[in-house]
Design a protein around this ligand. Structure first.
Ligand code: ADP
Ligand code: MG
Length: 399
């Protein structure tokens, strides 16, 4: 169990994390210094590249399966606009939103699905963040594990939603900024943030922050599952965290002749590990809280189609399996009564097991295009989302 650190080291934690404008070049050494300072008195100081062996009081102290409830899982659908090519080709809107329900246009008999939230083509990512992500991020800062997924076919808007660009920042940069703002607004706690960034390609885990970290193993200890040897970097500012993602994206280019094709066939997981403890008067003996926020850009879900080449078939079958398992896991989490949850059936769910179980918060954002040429793929995504969390349709449907 973690014992409280001296107030000197606690102060340094706070000041390090609040130095949001500190130059990132000094990060590695100061992070390491900081870690060593904060671990004063521990027998095995952690480095920024290895998993800490300290024992923690878990804020998630409830037994698994007890506090799981529908409310901890939200499933939303985001429509992107028809793109210029689709408009040029005269494509039509095949699916449309009617409140929180999505209806298939000109389809008889009518098909409609209901979700927690449905976002139309003009909704900004900022708004989606506020509605479907902010509670997961603030929960993670309070010690509740959180996971946000973008699910959908290639070109439906997953990366736009998770990463975005300068003009329209995605959920990852918004979450990172929010995390640092929360630190600023929480003077009675001190925080240490670490990030890791990995991809799962054909059920193989690769470290995007360390090109040498290929085919890493998933292990389990008392704290849950973790990736052995994954590089974790202490981050001191939003800019620092985002620069690591940019570097990680560069690593994905290596060995790939077609980046877009490749990226659509792997899952990427950006993880923010948040460690915090109370500081100030009367905090002696209180628990260190440890939680994770996982932000995930999933592989394109279209791979279920019959593929022609052996390589594509192999990729497709791995993606199928992991997305199918994910769907099963999430639907069992929302069910609340399931006794066996098949986390072990895919690397993705296996390594997210600790975050998804217990009262961890989950937000599944399913991205779709309204275009008629993708109508069946959109239908598959909607069915996936519906299976993940079944919501009764309240409104009467005429179409
Ligand atoms: P995916 O990651 O699912 O393959 P992308 O996020 O790369 O898809 O989106 C494909 C294209 O559509 C990109 O050019 C992206 O900028 C654009 N796009 C996606 N979603 C939206 C949206 N909601 N609004 C505007 N453009 C979008
Ligand atoms: Mg993408």
């Amino acid at each position: 169990m973690a014992s409280r650190q001296g107030s000197k080291s606690k102060k340094s934690t706070l000041s390090v994390n609040k130095a949001v404008n500190s130059p990132s070049s000094s990060t590695t050494s100061s992070s390491r210094q900081f870690l060593e300072t904060s671990l004063e008195g521990q027998s095995s100081p952690a480095s920024s590249t290895s998993r800490s062996k300290r024992q923690y009081f878990y804020s998630e102290s409830v037994p698994l399966d007890v506090e799981r409830s529908k409310e901890n899982v939200t499933v939303t659908v985001r429509f992107r606009p028809l793109n210029p090519r689709e408009i040029r080709q005269g494509e039509e809107v095949a699916w449309y939103a009617d409140g929180e329900t999505i209806v298939r246009n000109e389809h008889n008999p009518s098909i409609a699905y209901a979700y927690d939230r449905v976002f139309g083509p003009t909704t900004t990512t900022r708004h989606i963040y506020d509605v479907a992500a902010q509670h997961v991020v603030s929960g993670a800062m309070e010690g509740i594990n959180g996971t946000i997924f973008a699910y959908g076919v290639t070109s439906s808007g997953k990366t736009h939603t998770m990463h975005g660009d300068q003009r329209s920042p995605g959920i990852i940069p918004l979450a990172v900024k929010d995390a640092f703002s929360i630190i600023q607004e929480t003077p009675n706690r001190e925080f240490l943030l670490r990030v890791s960034y990995l991809e799962i390609y054909n059920e193989v885990v690769n470290d995007l922050l360390n090109p040498a970290g290929q085919n890493l193993r998933i292990r389990e200890d008392l704290q849950g599952t973790y990736v052995e040897g994954i590089k974790e970097e202490v981050v001191l500012s939003p800019a620092h965290a985002l620069s690591l993602i940019a570097a990680g994206e560069e690593h994905r280019h290596v060995g790939s002749t077609n980046f877009n094709l490749f990226s659509s066939r792997s899952h990427t997981i950006f993880t923010l590990t948040i460690e915090s403890s109370p500081c100030g008067e009367n905090s002696e003996g209180e628990a260190v809280s440890l939680s994770q926020l996982n932000l995930i850009d999933l592989a394109g879900s279209e791979s279920s189609r019959a593929e022609t080449t052996g390589v594509r078939r192999k990729e497709g079958s791995y993606i199928n399996k992991s997305l199918l398992t994910l769907g099963t896991v999430i639907s069992k989490l929302t069910d609340g009564k399931a006794t066996h949850i098949p986390y072990r059936d895919s690397k993705l769910t296996r390594l997210l097991q600790s975050s998804l179980s217990g009262h961890g918060r989950v937000s599944l954002i399913c991205t779709v295009t309204p275009s008629s040429s993708n109508s069946e793929e959109t239908h598959n995504t909607l069915k996936f989302a519906h299976r993940a969390k079944h919501i009764e349709i309240q409104a009467s449907q005429n179409k």
